[in-house]
Design a protein around this ligand. Structure first.
Ligand SMILES: [Fe+2]
Length: 258
């Protein structure tokens, strides 16, 4: 087949994402996972995308506080397109900004850095829910009893840095479905594809979490343990953190159509 040099790369990505994801049902029970080979073509297109393909220029290094006490959002979102099958847009993070640990219930996703460098901590949600007889570890700081119903078991699956030369970071309903995204050094931006899109009416709302630290059994007083890759840990579901909010701005790149 002759190579198509006229169609913008983002249009090809949108068409391939639609093809890849349109067969998924919209349930939040883990049935939405794609086989890896179904994603192959989409992964190779997404791996090739750069900021210039979307007419996005790397921003100057600037903290998120604006002048005269006015706060500008630490993170902004450029909406590109949304169908029933998937949504696609770009998140821009200012220097020092983070997207707190959050989930994507029943969803697949692809995150590709366009400029800057991001550190991603990805967790698997473990399904074994808390039962009355469970003995909880000692958390640091300690939890209040009313917080116990908000505890979730999880496993730290991966911790890695991504730059524009990295391939995309993938998530599925069961694997690496929760992640925390932190800028490393300067500002950063990434292309985000979610399938199916968030939809609170269909059980796909975004929840925020805090990774808890535990005190080792027999360990020194107050000495808390960082969870390591591959280890199980506890997350506490929390309201959206006050220092995180997301503004919107127009997407300047080639229009996408179906
Ligand atoms: Fe996310």
């Amino acid at each position: 087949m002759p190579r198509d040099h006229k169609t913008p790369l983002i249009q090809k990505i949108a068409q391939q994402a639609h093809l890849t994801f349109k067969g998924l049902t919209s349930s939040a029970n883990g049935d939405n996972a794609l086989a890896e080979d179904q994603q192959g073509e989409l992964v190779s297109l997404v791996t090739a995308v750069r900021a210039v393909d979307l007419k996005i220029a790397p921003r100057k290094t600037q903290p998120s506080s604006g002048a005269a006490g006015l706060q500008s959002p630490p993170v902004t979102y450029m909406h590109i397109c949304e169908t029933e099958a998937f949504s696609m847009g770009v998140f821009l993070l200012k220097t020092g900004a983070s997207i707190p640990l959050h989930d994507h219930p029943g969803m697949n996703g692809m995150l590709k850095v366009l400029y800057g460098k991001l550190s991603l901590r990805c967790f698997d949600r473990l399904e074994d829910n808390l039962t009355a007889g469970d003995v909880l570890p000692h958390f640091e700081p300690p939890l209040a009893p009313f917080q116990t119903p908000s505890l979730r078991r999880a496993m730290l699956r991966s911790v890695a840095e991504y730059s524009e030369d990295s391939g995309p970071c993938l998530l599925t309903p069961l694997r690496e479905n929760l992640h925390q995204i932190d800028t490393v050094e300067g500002p950063a931006a990434f292309l985000d594809i979610l399938a199916p899109p968030y939809n609170p009416d269909d059980g796909r709302d975004c929840h925020y979490y805090k990774a808890l630290q535990t005190v080792a059994e027999g360990g020194l007083d107050g000495e808390s343990e960082e969870v390591k890759q591959g280890e199980e840990t506890w997350l506490l579901e929390i309201p959206q953190p006050e220092d995180f909010w997301c503004g919107g701005e127009p997407y300047p790149g080639p229009a996408v159509s179906f």
